[in-house]
Design a binder for this molecule. Structure first.
Ligand SMILES: *[C@@H]1O[C@H](CO)[C@@H](O)[C@H](O)[C@H]1NC(C)=O
Ligand SMILES: *[C@@H]1O[C@H](CO)[C@@H](O)[C@H](O)[C@H]1NC(C)=O
Ligand SMILES: *[C@@H]1O[C@H](CO)[C@@H](O)[C@H](O)[C@H]1NC(C)=O
Ligand SMILES: *[C@@H]1O[C@H](CO)[C@@H](O)[C@H](O)[C@H]1NC(C)=O
Ligand SMILES: *[C@@H]1O[C@H](CO)[C@@H](O)[C@H](O)[C@H]1NC(C)=O
Length: 417
């Protein structure tokens, strides 16, 4: 078949050169080079010619990866597969266009058209073919993906030589977020992190590769957790755990101990077991910065000081009890020995002071009883013995309703009034 085709070609060429009729057999590829975005659909436009009066019986499209004369063919009008991505949109007259849906990278290469007529010699393959190139939409990332920084994502369709006139749409995590060739991400925060793609507005199937934007930042929320608690008994261990959010993760941990004005680095792991109590903090860093935790104050309750304190407390209570008892007993003895009470005048030590109401209605006054009480109080002169003992009792009986009071010295064992 190949040889026969060859012979025919030579014959036709000679006919052409000799000025005879040029071959009526021809396949015309209207575009020799075709660029398609992956995921989009593309048409390979094509026309074909053959001697009049012949009838086209079958049309076929081949790909350079197979034998273009014998197949297999990617399209064969004798075996139509409607689910195929390769569909013939031409006819059996002169239009031999082929449409490829959902273009894949593997679809690249040369496509050739072949047709067969009812004539015994009527077989023709247009060898020149159309060459298909398959590209992705490219995304150019400029700027640093760091918190507070700006990043521009530019979508380019390399099929049109990076021409920005194509209508692009941007998707973030699969959701439409913007339109236009450039996506501006300014003053970025972690909320800008995500998977971005750009597409052709007209062919949403044509999609760029996924661009993962991962906004980086220095340490945040640096804190120290203390296990089991900030105050433990001597003998049990305290564990300090430093945690922080950072992107990239924390690279360096430093534990500091603060002793008055002295700051010492005491550890370099995220977990630290301090040997003694005091004030600690952790400092973390990655390539974007550093942050300190707040200070934690640890108390290790020592056994001896606690014990001593308790002993002192118990001793004090005991001493107070003894003193009180002694005083009480002494007083009781004084009472017993001094009875019967000596003459009142002679023993000022056991004097009682009593507020005695004066039942003199003439002196009664209106107004604030307290005020009047102060004003109307009659004081008797009481000579305090400078050597008086503390057990001398003073009793102030206040009758608020009374108009006046008289302080008088009375004898304890004498009836009042
Ligand atoms: C071939 O047919 C297709 C589909 O009908 C049409 O879009 C295209 O313009 C035709 N090509 C020619 C060269 O007539
Ligand atoms: C950037 O964003 C932060 C909050 O995310 C805001 O506090 C700050 O003012 C913004 N800066 C500018 C220049 O817009
Ligand atoms: C982004 O893509 C990566 C890799 O496919 C995936 O692991 C991640 O979960 C995606 N992130 C989001 C926010 O969808
Ligand atoms: C982290 O720190 C920021 C302030 O820097 C605060 O607004 C936020 O609530 C903190 N997050 C947590 C989980 O503590
Ligand atoms: C963290 O604390 C250390 C020790 O006190 C100090 O030298 C350092 O400057 C602090 N860093 C920050 C970011 O505050």
């Amino acid at each position: 078949m190949y040889v026969e085709h060859r012979t025919l070609t030579w014959t036709l060429m000679l006919l052409c050169l000799s000025g005879a009729l040029c071959s009526p057999w021809k396949v015309e590829y209207l575009q020799q080079h075709i660029c398609a975005l992956k995921g989009s659909s593309v048409v390979i436009p094509c026309s074909f010619y053959y001697p009049d009066k012949q009838i086209v019986q079958s049309v076929l499209w081949g790909h350079e990866r197979y034998n273009i004369y014998v197949g297999p063919f990617i399209f064969d009008s004798k075996a139509i597969d409607n689910s195929s991505r390769f569909q013939y949109i031409g006819n059996k007259v002169h239009n031999c266009s082929l449409k490829i849906y959902q273009v894949e990278h593997d679809d690249r290469g040369k496509y050739t058209f072949r047709f067969i007529t009812n004539s015994p010699e009527g077989k023709w393959t247009g060898r020149a073919g159309s060459i298909l190139k398959v590209v992705d939409l490219d995304v150019l990332v400029s700027g640093t993906t760091k918190e507070g920084a700006n990043v521009n994502l530019t979508c380019t369709n390399s099929c049109d030589g990076g021409n920005l006139s194509s209508a692009f749409t941007w998707f973030k995590n699969g959701e439409l977020t913007n339109e236009g060739p450039v996506l501006y991400l300014s003053n970025m925060s972690t909320t800008n992190s995500g998977n971005y793609t750009c597409s052709l507005k007209t062919h949403s199937g044509a999609t760029s590769a996924v661009i993962n934007v991962d906004v980086e930042y220095g340490p945040k929320n640096t804190s120290v957790s203390v296990r089991p608690s900030m105050e433990v008994d001597a003998g049990s261990n305290i564990t300090l755990i430093c945690s922080s959010r950072a992107n990239p993760p924390v690279e360096n941990y430093t534990w500091f101990k603060i002793d008055n004005d002295d700051i010492m680095a005491v550890g370099r792991q995220p977990v630290f077991i301090p040997g003694d109590d005091g004030q600690y903090l952790c400092s973390v860093s990655n390539k974007h910065g550093s942050q300190n935790s707040s200070i934690v104050t640890l108390k290790i309750k020592e056994f001896w000081p606690t014990f001593t304190r308790d002993v002192i407390l118990i001793a004090t209570v005991a001493v107070l009890l003894i003193v009180t008892t002694v005083i009480a007993v002494t007083r009781l003895n004084i009472k017993r020995t001094s009875a019967p009470e000596p003459d009142c005048d002679e023993d000022i030590q056991n004097a009682n002071y009593v507020n005695l109401p004066v039942f003199d209605n003439n002196q009664s006054q209106e107004g604030n009883p307290y005020e009047e009480t102060t004003a109307e109080v009659i004081y008797t002169t009481v000579d305090f013995d400078t050597k008086r003992k503390p057990n001398m009792e003073q009793q102030m009986v206040s009758h608020t309703g009374d108009d006046s009071v008289i302080y008088s010295t009375v004898c304890r064992n004498q009836p009042i009034i």
